[in-house]
Design a binder for this molecule. Structure first.
Ligand SMILES: Nc1ncnc2c1ncn2[C@@H]1O[C@H](COP(=O)(O)OP(=O)(O)O)[C@@H](O)[C@H]1O
Ligand SMILES: [Mg+2]
Length: 280
């Protein structure tokens, strides 16, 4: 039996149609993601996104930095089509997603892999079955032998042993190993875009470095476009091509590590101050 939480997760694992990902609507434009002036308010609450715009190039790793409760996850949920903005436009691979219905969204969502905070694996399944899960669900064209080959190559890619770690359950792995299983599952369907929501939160510095390395390796091996939400400055500097800094629903700084460090916005300076002091 799956728990409610597992069912929720299940529905968020990229959904793929029987035919596999569609090429229709794919664009030759340089941007994989184009977010233009999106605004979002929930009910009678405050405005959470106050007009955010950001473009992500194909193959780029964008890091979204900022404190807690600033709107980073809400931005991410808009990009994957789980939330609709009150205003503004979001294009994924050249297609406007804000006006799409559930069937079309499902097709676009197949382009994404998601890595959640705490890895969020199915605790009742072996690690092998966790990684095989999206393939068994969405690749009815693949035989168990094909799936086994793919699962083993994913375990290899993330330096895990399919016969040892695969037989174990998520609770038997270290934090870093669980992250690697989570990433293997997220990329099992060969997504074009991988979204990471705070992949290193709660990890010790060594495991954080390992997860960073894994993100960089996945980037190189799969040539995916990545968006990584983080509040770890060292980790952001390690993996980012570009960074945006989110403060109460607005992007108040953007650019490279160097651009961040010379940004004169007082909140941005304050945020990077401890890192600068430590790395003097
Ligand atoms: N579904 C929702 N309904 C109402 N408020 C929400 C919802 N999702 C997020 N929020 C609020 O939006 C703000 C930003 O949240 P979030 O994007 O999760 O922050 P973070 O930057 O830590 O990821 C928070 O104040 C949060 O309470
Ligand atoms: Mg968040």
């Amino acid at each position: 039996m799956m728990s409610m939480f597992e069912e929720q997760l299940h529905s968020m694992v990229p959904q793929m149609s029987e035919e596999g990902p569609s090429k229709e609507g794919a664009s030759t434009n340089d941007y994989m993601i184009e977010v233009d002036n999106i605004k979002k308010t929930f009910g009678n609450g405050p405005q959470i996104l106050k007009g955010m715009s950001v473009n992500v190039q194909r193959g780029e790793t964008l890091v979204v930095l900022g404190g807690s409760g600033m709107g980073k996850s809400v931005l991410m949920k808009h990009i994957i089509g789980l939330l609709k903005p009150d205003e503004g436009s979001i294009k994924v691979d050249g297609e406007e997603i804000t006006t799409m219905g559930p069937t079309e969204l499902k097709r676009v969502r197949a382009k994404f892999g998601m890595v959640f905070q705490n890895a969020a694996l199915f605790d009742s399944m072996s690690n092998y079955d966790n990684v095989a899960f999206p393939l068994r669900e969405h690749r009815k064209d693949m035989s168990e032998a094909d799936i086994d080959k793919k699962v083993r190559s994913l375990f290899d890619m993330f330096t895990l042993d399919a016969d040892i770690h695969g037989r174990q359950f998520p609770s038997e792995l270290s934090g870093g190993q669980r992250k690697r299983v989570g990433l293997a599952r997220a990329v099992a369907l060969d997504p074009q875009i991988v979204l990471y929501d705070e992949p290193t939160t709660g990890l010790d510095p060594i495991t954080t470095d390992q997860v960073d390395q894994m993100i960089l390796d996945a980037q190189k091996a799969l040539k995916v476009t990545s968006i990584v939400i983080s509040h770890d400055i060292a980790s952001a500097f390690n993996i980012a091509d570009n960074i945006i800094f989110v403060y109460y629903g607005e992007i108040i700084a953007r650019g490279t590590k160097e651009d961040m460090l010379k940004c004169e916005h007082p909140f941005v300076q304050e945020y990077f101050k401890t890192w600068i002091d430590k790395n003097k």
